[in-house]
Design a protein around this ligand. Structure first.
Ligand SMILES: Cc1cc2nc3c(=O)[nH]c(=O)nc-3n(C[C@H](O)[C@H](O)[C@H](O)COP(=O)(O)OP(=O)(O)OC[C@H]3O[C@@H](n4cnc5c(N)ncnc54)[C@H](O)[C@@H]3O)c2cc1C
Length: 236
């Protein structure tokens, strides 16, 4: 562990350097699995985390982790791990990655630390000038104090063409969007359909916890999209 910083009151950024490798190569959207000494049985010790940084040719990656009250793994990470601590990890793993080429509008839909793989993807797109259509990052959380990477995403919105960052709060009124993420992509799709009634070519990437993902899958299919246009990374 090379560096730890608080992102919010309950969420931390952890930077991990893999000394055995010169460069830790991965595809944006992939995750690593930590083997934490929290149980005797190996398969009860594994906790997966999306890589929040982007491939940059170095051997350091960033993870974004929220403390879950009573959670064995996150309690260990928040209380027992310091800069200089050693961790065992596997990876990169996973197939939650960008289409290549990007030929449709992309909806990145997430709650909480589910923003991590999308941060990796959008930086990668910027860094390599990856051709793309509209990209909407819909980030849902409860209150202003729960917003993650807010200033950075606002800056990316200025820097990356056709990239829109749309944070929404479900429990606080503010200058931005309110309520859950679902109404936002539904409205965007409806606006695009107003022209000719055709479904706009779109790919939906969902990341976060079960409630949001289950509801989004249902609503996106109700809009008329195929199951194949939906990709998901379920955190639990
Ligand atoms: C592929 C993948 C990538 C992941 N990436 C991230 C990531 O980037 N950042 C991150 O913070 N977590 C991520 N997770 C979740 C992470 O692996 C752990 O499940 C989480 O940190 C809780 O671990 P714990 O040991 O503290 O809790 P446990 O003791 O294992 O959790 C107890 C229960 O709480 C549920 N739970 C855990 N977190 C929440 C939550 N926030 N809201 C509601 N229910 C919850 C779990 O499903 C479990 O049933 C990811 C999971 C997967 C499978």
């Amino acid at each position: 562990m090379t560096r730890i910083e608080n992102e919010t009151y309950n969420t931390r950024r952890f930077w991990i350097t893999i000394p055995e490798l010169e460069s830790f190569d991965f595809i944006p959207g992939q995750f690593v699995t930590l083997d934490l000494p929290i149980h005797e049985k190996p398969n009860k010790r594994w906790r997966s985390y999306s890589i929040a940084s982007w491939p940059d040719g170095t051997n350091t990656i960033e993870l974004l982790i929220v403390l879950l009250e009573g959670g064995a793994g996150t309690t260990y990470l928040f209380n027992e791990i310091y800069e200089g601590s050693e961790l065992v990890l596997r990876g990169p793993q996973g197939v939650f990655t960008l289409p290549d080429p990007i030929e449709k509008d992309l909806y990145f839909i997430c709650t909480g630390t589910g923003i991590a793989p999308f941060r990796s993807m959008i930086h990668h797109i910027q860094l390599h000038n990856v051709p793309h259509k509209n990209i909407y990052l819909l980030f849902g959380t409860r209150e202003k104090k729960d917003l993650l990477y807010k200033d950075e995403m606002m800056a990316m919105e200025q820097e990356v063409d056709q990239f829109k960052y749309i944070p929404t709060l479900s429990r606080e009124k503010w200058e931005g969007c309110c309520g859950y993420v679902h109404a936002i992509y539904e409205n965007l799709v409806h606006e695009k359909m107003n022209g000719d009634g055709q479904l706009p070519p779109s790919g939906f990437f969902l990341c976060g916890w079960k409630n949001m993902i289950d509801e989004a899958k249902q609503r996106i299919q109700q809009l008329g999209f195929d199951r194949k246009s939906i990709h998901q990374e379920l955190y639990g």
